[in-house]
Design a binder for this molecule. Sequence first.
Ligand code: F3S
Length: 747
Amino acid sequence: MVYDLTMLKTFYALYERKIERIRTILQRPLTLAEKILYAHLYDEKNVKNYKRGEDYVNFRPDRVAMQDATAQMALLQFMNAGRDEAAVPSTVHCDHLIQAYKGAKEDIATATKTNEEVYKFLRDVSSRYGIGFWQPGAGIIHQVVLENYAFPGGMMVGTDSHTPNAGGLGMVAIGVGGADAVDVMTGMEWELKMPRLIGVRLTGTLNGWAAPKDVILKLAGILTVKGGTNAIIEYFGSGTASLSATGKATICNMGAEVGATTSLFPYDERMAAYLKATGRAEVADMATAVAAGLRTDDEVVANPEKYYDRIIDIDLSTLEPYINGPFTPDAATPISEFSEKVLKNGYPRKMEVGLIGSCTNSSYQDLSRAVSLARQVTAKHLHVAAPLIVNPGSERIRATAERDGMIDAFEKIGATIMANACGPCIGQWKRVTDDPTRKNSIVTSFNRNFAKRADGNPNTYAFVASPELTMALTIAGDLCFNPLKDTLVNADGERVKLSEPVGEELPLKGFTAGSEGYTAPSNVKADIVVEPQSQRLQLLTPFPAWDGADLLNMPLLIKTQGKCTTDHISMAGPWLRFRGHLENISDNMLMGAVNAFNGETNKVWNRSTNTYGTVSGTAKLYKSEGIPSIVVAEENYGEGSSREHAAMEPRFLNVRTILAKSFARIHETNLKKQGMLALTFIDKADYDKIQEHDLLSVVGLKDFVPERNLTVVLHHEDGSQESFEVQHTYNEQQIGWFRAGSALNAR
Ligand code: F3S
């Protein structure tokens, strides 16, 4: 048993009484998200009606999970926090650093060698501070958390944006930066703006080709990549019980793609069945005993308009399979309209690779439905037109799929089974292609499809879909194929149709454990060694405190144009190897961002040399000259992942301010935690006033208080000046972080 049963017994013993008390104080029925949030207030005495979208509230989450790419920086910060042990159960998962190339066995062997220093560091720090450690190949963080740690009514934070996956088991699970994880691991209050609530009412039952993934693909089209910002998406209605726990997890996982704080399903029998199948019958029994407290109150379900900030209806019975992309996960198209869109927009029609798996879609149900199509290839004398890659989500899933003949069925049609790890989902894919300059299409069952995300190639058009649709398109090798109505020509020259996918929700013979690769927290206080000459790891030096003056005459480092995700700010792929070395990884800063003045990436004007240089090189030169700089951006800056490197790199290179039209939630918090100024335009048209050779000042910092605007002054090259007000969302405590130089300094 890897979870803490004693902690869970205490939790469920107190849960009902807590909810009763909250309801009595607030004098109104509660949504499920409210029950869980209020049950986790840092100060239980402080129950009052917090204003959604406005009030900052302190919470006490139950757990922390960290993946290897973000854990390095989180643990380096934790080591500076002066604690002897993590205050709550915490785990590290080695899933991001394994490059997919030849197949699981060889790739894990290679990763173990190339990442030896980092893995040893993570293992030693875990051992030193009482943290559970999941070794490379054990599985992808969110799948492992769902199988072992998530519990209905719980609250956790994870240093990965898809942490909300655990909402499939009714847990409030939130993606955060490492500094936030450190707050929780040190037993301090963890702060979050009370989220707004979006209620999604599900009715009907999925059928045919439609899968749980299609619920969130459709919703992404409705909400767009910003629509869930500072909101929890809470699913309710009769349709919820028709979805498996893992299907619910898929939907919650991809809530990150609309910027939601997290997503959540009410407790039901499908969750109980999953808990039992994964060896947690006691948790299922305890949750069932307090089931009413793990669901939204009936009065809310009956009159949702009164209690949610927004309601969206989805009828599962009429839901079509969707395919979203390219380059953004909210470009949602039902399969019936997709071929027309492919032809109209000139997307490369040939489908070159199909990829199944990732944290989003690698449950037993996902694999079994996809394999039901793979088995039709032989039965119907078809051939598979495109290469297929499968990344199982965990060793438990892989071993069970192997026992049940699924791995064999995939391999029979030519699939490469990669490690139980992220691989291509995070750019860790050594893709073999004859011509990387050719525009090409891939379809994945993953969650994200930003440019270059999977293979680092800007010419790759990536689309996301359910595993079953991905499988069908892989067989056809044609983006215009609609398996619901189209036929394929088989080896006998006959036209055949793929039958609808079928699959088991849970393995009939139960899960088999495989060799799971878990090391429990120990009391061995291993020495932590970080060699000064290491290229992979570097101890952190605290950022300097604010000097008390306004930020004057900052050169514009870059004015970015269009989408600027955390992938654009701090690329993954080959750069993942420097995630524990702030100085080295800072060389990738903003290299994917488009310069609004020349439309190019990683090419900005350097006022010290009057030449064009890379973004990081330019910032480095300014830093060496003691000059702070500023970045200007458009909407939803920092969309995507929780990686705090995207905030720490600019801070390290002496960028003091990010001025954007709007920010993604996790990234805005990360900037604040690292002592940066994150400001937004009041009048978005002011973005257009900023010229390439401008110097910018931020004034009013001596009176930096909550809800008071600051002023930005533009000093144009011709000697003229103009100014405008900008706003911020800092509260008192966050202003303290700015003054101290970072949240860590302010402890
Ligand atoms: Fe891994 Fe899932 Fe992120 S597969 S890269 S945890 S999206």
